[in-house]
Design a protein around this ligand. Structure first.
Ligand SMILES: [Zn+2]
Ligand SMILES: [Zn+2]
Length: 237
């Protein structure tokens, strides 16, 4: 297991990832560089501050893709400010937002954003709703989305429902980074994490009683250890 104090950084050749943070119910924020291409994964609250510190305005404008694992606020809380910042700073190149089918949070943020700014938007936003788990290429990386199991409670505090949720495997220059997002133990994640150069695995459950929302430390470690290196994230503080 690699060190676990945020930010977490990993780099091989020209493939780089920095996890600014991943704190349950607060925020996640991840930057990926593949040579000169820049991608953001799960832009939670604070992402703009972290990107500004890390790469500065000019490079923020070059971000080509956002990848969303699911619509919980700790994973999408920074989307509105990021979209707005790109408008204010006059981004010219398109931005693609990849998100799981049925993720109403992203669609709602996008609709509201268009409603307010469509007449004054200098850049194009492409929504890519992921309906199947086939690999595809975006900019200069190959992306393999995969389904994960992530539930949430309804009002009664007892009944649960599945949240549209994905993990992503990013492949660049023969290197593979697997990020599961928020998930309970699931076979798809087991399969995708295995033999990855880096696996980023959540361990959001605080006791050894598995549920269908997050993984325990032991489950997460077991999956992480099947990759060449791994980070545990989303651990309750
Ligand atoms: Zn979360
Ligand atoms: Zn979640």
């Amino acid at each position: 297991m690699l060190a676990q104090r945020y930010p977490l950084v990993w780099q091989k050749k020209k493939f780089f990832i920095k996890i600014f943070c991943s704190i349950p119910n607060i925020a996640t924020g991840i930057l990926i560089k593949a040579d000169k291409s820049l991608f953001v994964v799960d832009p939670g609250d604070g992402i703009l501050r972290d990107l500004n510190n890390e790469i500065g305005t000019e490079k923020i404008l070059n971000i080509s893709d956002l990848f969303i694992t699911h619509g919980h606020h700790d994973h999408v809380g920074g989307v509105w400010s990021l979209l707005t910042y790109l408008r204010v700073m006059n981004k010219k190149t398109p931005l693609t937002i990849h998100y799981p089918e049925g993720c109403v949070e992203i669609e709602s943020i996008h609709n509201a954003f268009r409603k307010v700014y469509s007449k004054t938007l200098p850049y194009q936003i492409n929504l890519k709703e992921i309906k199947n788990q086939r690999s595809y290429s975006s900019s200069n990386i190959t992306v393999r989305p995969f389904p994960v199991i992530h539930k949430e409670y309804l009002h009664d505090g007892k009944t649960t429902r599945q949240v549209p949720a994905l993990g992503y495997k990013f492949i660049f220059d023969g290197l593979k980074i697997c990020y599961g997002g928020d998930t309970a133990y699931c076979e798809d994640l087991v399969k995708q994490a295995k033999d990855s150069d880096l696996a980023i695995i959540e361990a959001g459950h605080d006791e050894d009683t598995p549920d269908e929302m997050h993984m325990t430390l032991n489950e997460a470690k077991e999956i992480g250890e099947s990759a060449k290196e791994y980070f545990l994230v989303h651990v309750p503080e």
